[in-house]
Each structure stands twice: as structure tokens, then as C-alpha cells.
Design a protein around this ligand. Structure first.
Ligand SMILES: N[C@@H](CCC(=O)N[C@@H](CS)C(=O)NCC(=O)O)C(=O)O
Length: 210
């Protein structure tokens, strides 16, 4: 357990509302009860104070008590070490890693290709969709058909880490996504979208200026 104390320590989070990496970090921090100073950024005009902490210039970035975490999964893990009231961390590490690798290394590429077809004129959107279905959506549907969450009957941080990416994918063409034969993914997605946790981390904040 890290000695984070909401009363005496300030955690600063640089974030961007619509970024799926930032969403997973915000959800874990909120779940863990870590109060953060929320600094909403513009990706095209990043604050110098953030770049001084993390020159690579991606969100989320968490700064707390001299520690800088600039990977969303690190922030999630840090939050859960601080507090994990419902046992999001009680899971099989190998299965967790395989879902995360599939999402962060492969599915994210397909998501970008599917979302921004103008940037990939050589790719057919139907082919990208078919690849995403084979890689991610079919295995997810199978997992969610046999249990309520990806790793079993209890929600884990893996559900939270993947959900913002699947949400973004579904929103590219909502009608088309809704027509796919994946009722269990839709159930799981809607449950997260409608959750108090997600709604609270999607509140709008004014842009932070240094
Ligand atoms: N591996 C990083 C990826 C974070 C990332 O790529 N965030 C995007 C926004 S969704 C970003 O900040 N991109 C920088 C930019 O667009 O300038 C993490 O897990 O935190």
C-alpha cells in the first residue's frame, strides 16, 4: 500500500476527456478514491508544465508527491495499490496481460484505421472491421457469453482498461456496431457506459492554462 493521503497530498492529473487511455486512468483513480487536481489539456496545445514532467507529451500524466506516471496502466496500478475496495486486482495476471497486449498493441491500430479512414486511403473500412472482429470482438463475445465480465463473474481492471476502446470503436458507426451479432459485448458496454463511475469521469472541465 502506498502512503497516499487525500488530506495532505495533491495528485495532479493531466488528461483529455475523450482519450481512452485517460478514461481508464480516471476511472481507476476515481474508484480508488484518489482526489486529483484535474488538468484538462488540448492535444494541440499541451501545457509546458505537463511537458516538463513528461516530455513524450501523451495523456494521461499523473504527478503525485514527486512521482510522475505517464502510462495509463501504471496509473491504474498505482491507484489500485492505494485502494481496491471491490478487488479489481484479483485476477489471473497472464490472462490480463494477453487482453491488454491484444488491445493496446493490435486493436488500437485497427481502431485508428477504422476511425480515421481518410488517413488510411489504401485500406478498406470493411476489411479493417473484419480484422477487428476476428482479433477482438469475437474473443470478447465468447468470454462475455460465459461470464459477466471478461475474466469471470467479477469486474476487474481489465474490463475498465478495455472498455473505453471498445466504446470508441462502437461509436464510429453505431448502427453498424449494433447490428453485429455480439449481444454480450453490447450488454457489457452499456453497463459501463451507464455506470456512475464512467459518468462521473466524463464530466466536462475547462481547459487548464499554466
Ligand atoms: N501508452 C500511453 C498512450 C497514451 C496516448 O497515446 N494518449 C494519446 C491521446 S488518446 C495522446 O496523448 N497523444 C498525443 C497527441 O495526440 O499529441 C498510455 O497508455 O498512457
Amino acid at each position: 500500500m502506498l502512503p497516499f493521503d487525500n488530506q495532505t497530498m495533491t495528485a495532479i492529473l493531466y488528461t483529455y476527456r475523450r482519450c481512452p487511455y485517460a478514461m481508464r486512468a480516471r476511472m481507476a483513480l476515481h474508484y480508488a478514491g484518489v482526489k486529483v487536481e484535474h488538468r484538462e489539456i488540448e492535444l494541440r496545445n499541451k501545457p509546458q508544465s505537463m511537458l516538463r514532467l513528461s516530455p513524450k507529451g501523451t495523456v494521461p500524466v499523473l504527478s503525485v508527491d514527486g512521482l510522475v506516471l505517464d502510462q495509463s496502466l501504471e496509473i491504474m496500478q498505482w491507484a489500485l495499490k492505494t485502494s481496491d475496495p471491490d478487488g479489481w486486482n484479483m485476477l489471473d495476471e497472464n490472462i490480463a496481460t494477453s487482453w491488454i497486449e491484444k488491445n493496446d498493441e493490435l486493436f488500437k491500430i485497427l481502431l485508428d484505421q477504422y476511425k480515421y479512414p481518410n488517413r488510411y486511403p489504401q485500406l478498406k473500412q470493411e476489411v479493417v472491421l473484419a480484422q477487428a472482429i476476428e482479433l477482438m470482438l469475437k474473443p470478447m463475445e465468447a468470454a462475455l457469453a460465459s461470464s459477466q465480465y471478461l475474466l469471470g463473474e467479477k469486474m476487474t481492471w481489465v474490463d475498465v482498461a478495455l472498455f473505453p476502446f471498445i466504446r470508441q470503436f462502437s461509436m464510429v458507426d453505431q448502427q453498424k456496431f449494433d447490428a453485429l451479432p455480439f449481444p454480450n459485448i453490447q450488454r457489457w458496454l452499456n453497463q459501463h457506459i451507464e455506470s456512475k463511475l464512467f459518468i462521473s469521469v466524463m464530466e466536462k472541465h475547462p481547459t487548464w492554462r499554466d
